[in-house]
Design a protein around this ligand. Structure first.
Ligand code: NAD
Length: 493
């Protein structure tokens, strides 16, 4: 699989124009696989962001965008077709700037997300925005009502770097489909996965000026304009729980709608009846994309009765795991996104050892070339992990699996729920009924039973507890961008 030469859009999209930063400043975009500068991006300033917010506000207040459902459907389909045309360029961007393994492109990083646009295009045009409620008698009078769902207004969307194209599309798709206008602020580590979509929107679609704005910046705090500015009606954020708290606090004075897709520490429960030889090697998938996925199951719960047998299989799987250059299709694990993240993950590994977990595989920086040139860390298997310890409780966002033994099903459920997070999870069993009974008792937003897959654009995704507020994807995700209006009308009219 070969990638085209990188030719990314490096300018922001503000009020329908591709623009350098008003200060003319740029910032470097680094390749985490080798530490080299890939190129630069416009470094959006406070003034750029304020201009983008004004233009999104104006486009919402002064155009038909929010009311012309068919036109929106057409524009989103054009965006889909434009992204399809430029799919290989988008793939090159994601592989190089996010260090995403090329072989993962098909599912999460490129092909899958682009395909999702067709769902949003169809929903924009087909959603039942208005319906007459049945007339009802109340205290001797008949009441007639129309229920209307309409776009909530201007959306501020803030995204992280780990699956950048998907996460940008997961905001752009429903926000535009619902009739909102928006300003997207991507993470500084992966700006082109947003600015390039901005160019496709500008050059290949009829999306009116101001409806979609993209403001990349080296300054994380530019996102606070989106959470605090009174002209923004909805903030949608994907990122860490710590930043999610700050965003909620800064949105409070203007009481805007806030929905948050945050971190996770999901449990994978292996039941004693599972086919260990078939299921356990899959647990090495914790290291996929260097463990930089919010819904990865990073705690593996194993029945004490079959613990030693399980560790043997796991150790072999981790030792055989391929990692390194993300452009090599054999590798499912590339680098961490940045030296900062690499150091964070290494610090967690040290903490795990200090707190008494046994490191069976990995546990540091790879020796030799791989470690020196890029932000790599070793695929790492910790066993005998105390469920209260730091590595069992905090999100590491690295290729680190924490194995915890349990006594019986109730104990497994207790340990799985012993977390501030509740984003995802899995139950490995041959008995779907038993797996479902346990799944019903886990406090989490998504859970897989007996190896089944939950991820799809029509499936609401999000977290319990401190993993988030609200849902992304599906009709429920779309409705996060809608307000509800009741219009009373004479009965029988
Ligand atoms: P982060 O919270 O550091 O940054 C996310 C985004 O917020 C970036 O665009 C950043 O510039 C911006 N930001 C930072 N400080 C801000 C502030 N004070 N106000 C407004 N915006 C601000 O997260 P990250 O390190 O980029 O991403 C990793 C995190 O994202 C992990 O915790 C992961 O679990 C989470 N994540 C969650 C999901 C989900 O759907 N639940 C999906 C992917 C990633």
């Amino acid at each position: 699989m070969s990638l085209p030469q990188l030719a990314p859009e490096t300018r922001n999209l503000i009020d329908g124009e591709l623009s350098a930063a008003e200060s003319d400043k740029t910032f470097d975009n680094l390749n985490p696989a080798n530490g080299k500068v890939l190129g630069t991006c416009a470094d959006g300033s406070r003034d750029d962001m304020l201009r983008a917010v004004s233009s999104a506000r104006r486009a919402f207040d002064e155009s038909d965008w929010s009311r012309d459902h068919a036109f929106r459907g057409k524009c989103i389909r054009q965006l889909y077709e434009g992204m399809l045309e430029e799919k290989e360029q988008l793939r090159a961007i994601v592989v190089h700037e996010a260090g995403a393994p090329i072989s993962l492109g098909a599912f999460m990083h490129v092909d899958g997300p682009i395909e999702m646009m067709t769902y949003w295009a169809d929903l924009a045009a087909s959603y039942p925005y208005e319906r007459r409620l049945e007339d009802i008698p109340f205290l001797g009078r008949q009441h007639g009502r129309i229920l209307r769902r309409e776009a909530a207004g201007v959306v501020g969307a803030i995204t992280p770097w780990n699956v950048p194209l998907y996460l940008n599309i997961a905001k752009i798709g429903p926000a535009l489909a619902s009739g909102c206008t928006m300003v997207l602020k991507p993470a500084p580590d992966t700006p082109w996965s947003a600015t390039h979509v901005g160019r496709i929107a500008k050059e290949r679609t009829d999306i009116p000026a101001g409806v979609l704005n993209v403001v990349a910046s080296s300054d994380h705090l530019l996102g606070e304009i989106l959470s605090s500015d009174p002209r923004i009606d909805v903030v949608t954020f994907t990122g860490s729980t710590a930043t999610g708290r700050r965003i909620m606090a800064s949105a409070a004075p203007t009481l805007k709608k806030v929905f948050l897709e945050l971190g996770g520490k999901s449990a994978n429960i292996l039941l004693d009846d599972a086919d260990f030889e078939a299921v356990l090697p899959m647990a090495a998938m914790t290291c996929v994309h260097a463990g930089q996925g919010c819904a990865i199951t990073t705690r593996l719960l194993i029945p004490r009765s079959r613990y030693d047998e399980a560790l043997g299989i796991l150790k072999t799987a981790f030792e055989k795991w391929n990692y390194g250059d993300p452009t090599n299709p054999a590798n499912l694990q590339g680098p961490q996104i940045s030296p900062l993240q690499q150091e964070r993950v290494l610090a967690y590994m040290e903490k795990g050892k200090q707190e008494g977990a046994r490191c069976l595989v990995g546990g540091g920086r790879p020796n030799g070339k791989l470690g020196e040139q890029g932000c790599y860390v070793e695929p790492t298997l910790f066993v005998d992990v105390d469920p209260d310890s730091t590595i069992a409780q905090e999100e590491i966002f690295g290729p680190v699996l924490c194995v915890i033994p349990y006594e019986d099903d109730d104990d497994a459920i207790r340990i799985a729920n012993h977390s501030q997070y509740g984003l995802s999870g899995a139950i490995q069993t041959k008995d779907v009924g038993r797996g479902l009974a346990i799944a019903r008792r886990i406090r989490t937003g998504t859970i897989s039973v007996a190896g089944a897959q939950w991820f799809h654009v029509d499936t609401p995704f999000g977290g319990y507890k401190q993993s988030g507020v609200g849902r992304e994807n599906g009709v429920q995700g779309f409705e996060e961008y809608l307000e509800t209006k009741i219009m009373a009308v004479p009965p029988g009219s």
